[in-house]
Design a protein around this ligand. Sequence first.
Ligand code: ADP
Length: 433
Amino acid sequence: MQRINWMVELKQLALLFTAALVLGWITGYLLLALLLAALLYIASTFRQLLRVQRWLMAEDGSDAPESSGLWGDMLDGIYRLQRQNREERQRLQGAVDYLRDSLAALSDAAVMIDQTGDIEWCNLAARRLLGLRYPEDVGQQLVNLIRSPEFIHYYEANSYQTPLDCASPHQPEKQLQFQLTFFGQGSRLLFARDITHTYRLQEMRKDFVGNVSHELRTPLTVVNGYLETFVDSELAEQPRYKRAFQQMLEQVRRMESLIKDLIVLTRLETVPDEGEHGVVAVCPLLRQIREEVLAVFNQQREIVLDCDASLGLRGEGEALRSAFTNLIMNAAKYTGEQGKIQVRWFRDGEQARLQVEDNGLGIEAHHIPRLTERFYRVDQSRSTQTGGTGLGLAIVKHVLLRHHGELQITSSLDEGSTFACSFPLSQCQITST
Ligand code: ADP
């Protein structure tokens, strides 16, 4: 830092007052001469102040006014600071422009929203995909411009771990994926991506699976009918055909249950939830499922039922039956003849839980996150023996999704497994007994 030049200033002051002293002594008006010198000094200081003030107010980046001594040093210092400040501002502005340019060039819509929910900025794609206008919409509440109820629900939930897929509010034929993120102090960044192509492919896949399953059902029923007739005939009693007929019948039945599960799954995925549902009496439903499962396994399992009869569940009866049957059937399938299964339906704090616990084969921890994937099996041979389709838990997952429920799986190998479905109490009806 440059040192301020006090000496020059003091010398100038000393020169002025020496001249005043000499003049006063010659004229005999010493005091008046000194007063005039002081006034002169104050006037020149005031003039400098005015020049500095004018220069600072102008803010036009012009050079500091020419000055000498103390004033010159001060003005140089201020000028240097101003220049540094300007350079720093330009650097920051450059970084902001660079970021905005890259966001502006994105093919995804990007919108910056401040703490109060007002739009601060949006890129070109946001104008195209969301119908926003820039800069006209700056300062407008985002939820007043994107009025889709699904989006407003997602926006107001303030928890954005998973993105939201829904139709574009601006072009309903387009399907968008919205992702919100918090940044800074409560500001939000919204990205919206056009996923119409992937969405259509998924729809085609669902339609295809649904159509194929339906088309296969009729020929299979015919084949099954003939096979059942043959199995009962004398021909099937002949040793060389007996095993072949049995195997054919088994495989046809396996295919039938596969198709049945595929149809259920496609329906769960494609038919929208109708909204209002009646209350399903869970206890009688579980008792019925228990009887059916015991009948399939020739009473070779112990199934204990512990059920809170005052707790009903609002939802689709057939879908819930299918999910609960899959869980109890699995527990029976993957335990031996000594299998002991405990089924509980109870209130657990702010949730209602259906818990199916068995003392069967158990599952290694690394399989657990993948169990609800279609056709995922822990052990291929295990499922083939039990006649499983690999779709049971995928059905359970979809049914729970439609009922705002969640599936939790805990298991230890050779000790047993617990499959628990939790539903929010808002989904239940509690009757006093
Ligand atoms: P599957 O028709 O093969 O039973 P699921 O989707 O119902 O298909 O189950 C997926 C896999 O999870 C099964 O193949 C099985 O390996 C495992 N599994 C499911 N339930 C149990 C259970 N109670 N005990 C042990 N393993 C289980």
